[in-house]
Design a protein around this ligand. Structure first.
Ligand code: HEC
Ligand code: HEC
Ligand code: HEC
Ligand code: HEC
Ligand code: HEC
Ligand code: HEC
Ligand code: HEC
Ligand code: HEC
Ligand code: HEC
Length: 430
């Protein structure tokens, strides 16, 4: 209302100044907003700002809060009457005041706005409004409903005061902070003692290839807890969804696996596909040792010596080893030639084709078919051998040049000697 009146008063004045109409409108609007903010009585904020300790902390924290930035304040969550300076009247339970919203009531408190699509649309049309509903599908939500107040609710993950946009680097649910937020409970042995759950997820995760990509290389496409468990529907992923989760990012391996003889076999054994071989939290960078028939092979736990899978594992490993060895050999001889000053950059460049073949073969492992691996290893071997031959040729040429140099040196020496003798003859006693 106030805003309307201000605008109406401004427009005729600006009409007088013709060209300044637009500027005045903008200034008028700004003025109205400031006036409204100043006019809106917020006794909660005023009085609590003057208090100390935990009673004043929310006021400080709220300075960074997205709700505060959108014009909300204490009473929007706690209720009460923010127009009264009398603490008893302001914090009157009859006016809906709740001092400490109980744990069980928090999803509904936040959901009052966040589950209301009509309401949220006014502020941020693209923001999801299913957090509360999703939350109650998670183990957290189901347990809360059953009366367990130790599980996470909205404020355990987002905080209550000082809630920021989830894209803010200081938000507790920003990708680089999520694991620590979950770890506050899940890595706390004492806190989790009442449950039949391990409490090592965080420590294992921090060792993983995923954590290294996320923390060391700041690769935000690497998964942290919520990428695998969901933001709000933190259900323990069942067998089917586990496969789904890895496959969301590792599309190639997942497609190969699904077309492989292992798909039906793993389903029948009710095994989590990728997780059986790679683990879930401590996914480490794989090595060639994982395949074959050696001690560290993942294949031999299911394939006894002699069966088709065992033989395949042996063969696939041999192919990979062959190419690795040939590549190393070629690389070494080309390096030697280069150090000796021979021009081998083209041969070195072509070697990258063999390196790609090796990388490709390590992906194709997931077809669990010798033929598929053979199909890329063979051409790779060809390239590596050609590279080695190029190195050999370069060294042979170097040798040849060295010999040529020696011959010409000898010849020059011989000439010099002749010249010397001749000089002696000329200068000798007449
Ligand atoms: C004139 C001062 C004053 C005003 C106005 C005021 N408070 Fe308080 N508030 C206090 C004091 C003092 C306490 C601590 C004593 C108590 O618990 O009653 C307190 C306590 C609280 C607590 C914590 C209670 C607990 O158990 O820890 C909350 C939450 C709170 N106020 C919210 C509000 C809200 C919301 C408003 C506005 C609707 C508001 N206050 C208005 C002075 C005020
Ligand atoms: C987004 C909702 C929300 C807003 C806005 C909010 N609070 Fe709270 N507040 C809570 C919840 C929820 C709790 C219960 C503690 C918890 O779950 O972390 C709480 C707890 C408190 C407590 C108890 C002590 C504590 O920190 O646990 C005080 C005091 C308090 N709030 C004061 C305020 C004041 C003052 C404001 C305004 C500056 C405010 N709150 C704004 C949700 C809110
Ligand atoms: C177990 C931790 C956890 C709990 C509990 C939780 N959230 Fe979230 N919340 C997250 C994470 C993680 C994100 C996503 C951050 C991102 O997108 O990178 C998120 C995102 C959000 C967003 C941004 C929009 C969106 O959906 O991505 C809102 C709003 C939100 N949560 C509100 C809530 C509300 C309301 C509740 C309670 C019903 C709740 N959250 C409970 C962890 C949690
Ligand atoms: C009075 C309504 C209201 C209440 C109650 C409320 N919120 Fe919000 N919340 C909003 C609005 C509006 C936004 C701003 C959306 C925007 O503009 O991005 C927001 C933003 C957020 C965001 C940031 C989303 C983003 O854009 O990244 C999170 C997280 C969030 N709220 C969590 C909570 C939690 C947790 C609670 C309960 C403790 C809660 N909210 C209570 C209205 C509310
Ligand atoms: C406030 C403490 C707390 C926080 C924070 C928390 N959790 Fe939990 N979580 C629990 C408790 C307690 C359980 C219940 C265990 C049970 O009942 O089996 C649980 C259960 C789970 C489960 C189900 C485990 C199972 O198989 O039963 C998953 C998955 C989970 N949490 C993931 C997460 C993730 C991911 C985060 C962070 C985004 C997180 N939690 C944050 C306390 C917490
Ligand atoms: C790369 C995906 C991925 C990431 C990242 C991840 N998890 Fe898991 N998590 C899983 C899978 C898959 C399972 C199911 C285990 C199974 O069924 O074999 C699981 C199981 C769990 C369980 C149930 C108990 C258990 O250990 O089996 C909890 C609790 C849990 N995760 C919490 C977390 C927390 C906390 C984080 C972050 C520190 C996290 N997870 C990160 C995939 C992941
Ligand atoms: C959100 C996307 C995402 C999900 C989900 C995901 N990963 Fe990853 N994964 C990545 C990224 C990104 C890397 C880092 C790649 C790199 O090192 O450049 C990675 C790395 C890996 C590596 C190491 C690769 C290497 O060459 O060192 C393995 C193995 C792996 N993931 C397996 C899994 C498994 C198993 C799961 C399911 C339990 C899974 N991933 C879930 C994105 C994901
Ligand atoms: C039967 C065991 C097994 C299963 C099941 C399995 N892998 Fe692998 N995976 C391996 C082996 C062995 C290697 C190592 C190849 C090498 O380095 O020689 C590997 C390597 C990888 C790599 C790194 C090399 C590359 O491919 O770029 C990723 C990523 C990967 N696996 C993801 C997955 C995903 C995702 C799934 C599920 C769809 C999965 N794996 C299922 C055995 C398995
Ligand atoms: C969890 C147990 C398990 C693991 C681990 C496993 N396999 Fe298998 N594999 C099976 C089962 C079960 C079958 C289907 C039954 C059969 O033909 O033996 C199978 C089938 C195969 C086949 C098809 C055999 C045929 O008859 O044509 C190949 C090839 C194979 N596995 C290779 C591998 C390799 C290579 C590894 C290691 C990287 C591996 N497997 C790891 C259980 C496993």
């Amino acid at each position: 209302m106030r805003r309307e009146r201000r605008k109406r008063r401004r427009i005729p004045r600006s009409r007088l100044w013709g060209g300044f109409a637009l500027v005045s409108l903008v200034l008028g609007g700004l003025g109205a907003t400031v006036a409204r903010a100043q006019q809106k009585k917020d006794s909660c904020l005023e009085c609590h700002a003057a208090l100390e300790g935990p009673l004043a902390d929310p006021v400080t924290l709220m300075k960074e809060d997205i709700h505060r930035a959108r014009g909300f304040s204490c009473a929007d969550c706690h209720g009460g009457d923010p127009t009264s300076d009398d603490p008893l009247a302001a914090m009157d339970p009859r006016k809906g005041f709740v001092a400490r919203p109980p744990h069980r009531a928090i999803p509904a408190l936040c959901g009052r706005c966040h589950s209301d699509a009509e309401f949220m649309k006014r502020y941020h049309p693209a923001l999801r409004v299913d957090q509360e509903r999703e939350y109650f599908t998670s183990v957290h939500g189901k347990r809360l409903r059953a009366g367990d107040t130790r599980v996470a609710t909205c404020t355990s993950c987002h905080g209550a005061h000082g809630i920021r946009s989830v894209q803010h680097p200081l938000s507790p649910v920003y990708p680089l902070n999520v694991a620590e937020t979950c770890a506050r409970c899940h890595a706390d042995a004492e806190y989790m003692a009442a449950y039949r759950l391990p409490h090592d997820q965080y420590n294992r995760y921090r060792r993983s290839a995923h954590a290294r990509a996320l923390y060391d290389r700041q690769d935000l496409s690497a998964p942290t807890c919520n990428d695998c468990h969901g933001n709000h529907g933190a259900v323990p992923p069942g067998i089917a969804s586990v496969a789904h989760v890895c496959g969301q990012c590792h599309v190639r391996q997942s497609a190969l696996f699904r077309a492989s003889p292992h798909k039906a076999a793993f389903d029948a054994m009710q095994l989590a596909e990728c997780v059986y071989c790679h683990g879930n939290h401590d996914v480490l960078p794989p090595t060639d040792e994982m395949i074959g028939t050696g001690e560290k092979s993942v294949c031999v736990s299911c394939h006894p010596p002699g069966d088709a899978g065992y033989q395949a594992a042996e063969r696939m490993r041999a192919l990979i080893d062959d190419l690795s060895r040939e590549l190393e050999r070629a690389q070494a001889i080309l390096d030697r030639a280069e150090r000796a000053g021979m021009e081998v950059s083209r041969a070195k460049f072509e070697l990258s084709e063999a390196r790609d073949a090796l990388t490709h073969a390590r992906v194709l492992i997931h077809a669990f078919s010798v033929k598929e691996v053979e199909n890329v290893i063979r051409p790779g071997l060809e390239v590596a051998r050609r590279g080695y031959q190029a190195g050999e040729r370069a060294l042979a040429e170097l040798n040849y040049r060295r010999k040529g140099l020696a011959v010409s040196l000898l010849f020059l020496l011989f000439l010099a000697a002749l010249l010397y003798l001749k000089l002696r003859e000329i200068e000798g006693p007449k």
